[in-house]
Design a protein around this ligand. Sequence first.
Ligand code: ADP
Ligand code: MG
Length: 730
Amino acid sequence: MTTLRFRMVEEAIKRKAVDVKFPDKPASEYFGIHVFNRERMAEYLEEGVFRALTDSIDNGKPLSREIADDVARGMKKWAMKMGATHYTHWFQPLTGGTAEKHDAFLEWDGKGGMIEEFSGKLLIQQEPDASSFPNGGIRNTFEARGYSAWDAASPAFIVDTTLCIPTVFISYTGEALDYKVPLLKAEQAINKAATEVCRLFDPSVSRVVSYLGWEQEYFLVDEGLWAVRPDLMLTGRTLVGHESAKNQQLEDHYFGAIPTRVMAFMKELELECLKLGIPVKTRHNEVAPNQFELAPVYERTNLANDHNQLLMVIMKKVARRHSFRLLLHEKPFKGVNGSGKHCNWSLGTDGGVNLLSPGKTPQENLQFITFLVNILMAVYKRNGLLKASIASATNAHRLGANEAPPAIISVFLGSQLTEVLNQIEQSRSEGTIRMDDKSGFHLDGVSHIPELLIDNTDRNRTSPFAFTGNRFEFRAAGSSANCARAMIVLNTAVAHQLKAFKREVDVLMLKGKTKENAIYTLLKEYIRRCNPVRFDGNGYGEEWKEEARKRGLDCETSVPVILGQFVAPEVVKMFAECGVLSKKELEAREEVYLETYTKKIQIEARVLGDLVINHVVPVASRYQNMLLEKIGRMSGLFSPERLEVLTKHDMEMIERLSVHIAEIQSGVEQLADARKRANKMTDPKEKAMAYHDTVVPFFDRIRYHIDKLELYIDDEMWPLPKYRELLFVR
Ligand code: ADP
Ligand code: MG
């Protein structure tokens, strides 16, 4: 008898790399050919229309209906030339994924025939019948309608034969139902607050934007093997599976030669990305076997985030063409690293100055320190909220698991910067500051910031929020997440802090301090206050947990509790003052995240129950029977004394199997009971907490016994592809 598992392994091993056809020209020549970018706008729009549109994109000027009609006409012309037949408003509901509903361009022409139509009205706004998107109660009230509205700042693009228009998604009553609305508002908030602070140093600055460079980690698994694992298929992770004898111990996968089938996948993925204007740049093997990473050149946060959302869809599609399934789950396999999505983040002025890069002049250096210290303050004050921005049922497996950032948000600065900040903090004087163009920036003996800093790319992988020379790297975000969730919180927290700083500078100046002294005095104070959030040591150590608690940092590990941060009074106030999210919107978000948490665990619990009852227990019983039959037959051949000696190990095995089977069965029964009790609860928070406290603990307990059975039972009988097959067949 050949099991399905063996057949699938055989097929997987035989698969060859797919041949990928490349355009016969350099990538720069086909970059963005599927995007209605400025080049295309200039080609397909009249000059006045082009100017009005770019003015709207760059400076937020509203677009008139007539202009929108002209833009739509040009867009349609281009899209049809590219072979598009449909269009869609493309948005980012709170599911974490993207949503699209395609409509054909076709309309009656009024003369009995049909024509292709696409008006400004359809471009600008639509009313998707989307009552089944998560909304946290916002749309249950009296009006279930939702609106999607064009985000002109993110260019339209074509996927397959559909013109996709990036849009925001809001309720009839105006509340945000997506990630883009608050992200755009957070961008506005940081622009306003940071520009005012910049003007303390350089009055010519008129705009500040935030940049995001994500690094996307993922696993690839052969499609045939994936199909024989109900857990992978339905939950995105393996709920059972004994560790492979070899996994990542030898550290031979990280940066290793990319396997040929995977390479073909990567090449095709990159080709698709480049055509869509996603500036992909870096690819490599990650730490775990069959784990990989892709990173682009950074872009403005809104666009970078759209690109990441688009990428996650594209990469799954391309993987299938190569007979892979792509896993974005944060922890698909026990015992090997999980996947994250590091968010590299920085701020820049319209003059092209990176505010997180130590400058060349004394002014730029003081400006750099000012932004750095304010960011530290923001992370210090909001460390619990930042954790909430990345907390989910799936990411919970990764955080604090000695392979990813701990579940405590702290900042790594590196020794040089720490030294600079310590010097400022410890300087005794009232803070006379000299800005001397020749010898650099002096704060009472604090010498100019070493140039070296720029190359100080930190390798302390245990820090969730690390300064890496010219940016911060927020490493706690999960691989399946919408980065916007973290970016909304980070940008708002920093904007709020910068506003407070500017206010305090103004007050001190009114009291007669010079600008430089006011800034200096505040920085000194801030450095002292935010000291608890600075930590360069080992984030994995047990000592750190103890230390962090003493320092007053948020050490909570229960996701449902962490999510409560979104509605903490201080947080509600911050979001309101920055005009990013209202109390009602925050409450809705908390509810959606709690419900998602509960549902994910609920699904996993059901799948585990099925696996046990339909796969594991029947096979274990069959194997046990084989042993019993064998002993029965032997009993006719040997004396009882001899038989006892010869079957000693089989008898032990039979007993062991019985014990594990019984443990599994009772575990699953208790799990089902706990689930039923939790399901009776109506309050989303209470329910999620019950799932966390009373359902989750069963997973590992039951798994332990299943994984033992996998070790004991005849390999030929085991139905589920094993870790060695999932992780090493490629
Ligand atoms: P590493 O793995 O060493 O952190 P990668 O090359 O994988 O580095 O990724 C670095 C990411 O940081 C890229 O997405 C890159 O575009 C981004 N990045 C570089 N500079 C900045 C910056 N100033 N602001 C935001 N992101 C940046
Ligand atoms: Mg990195």
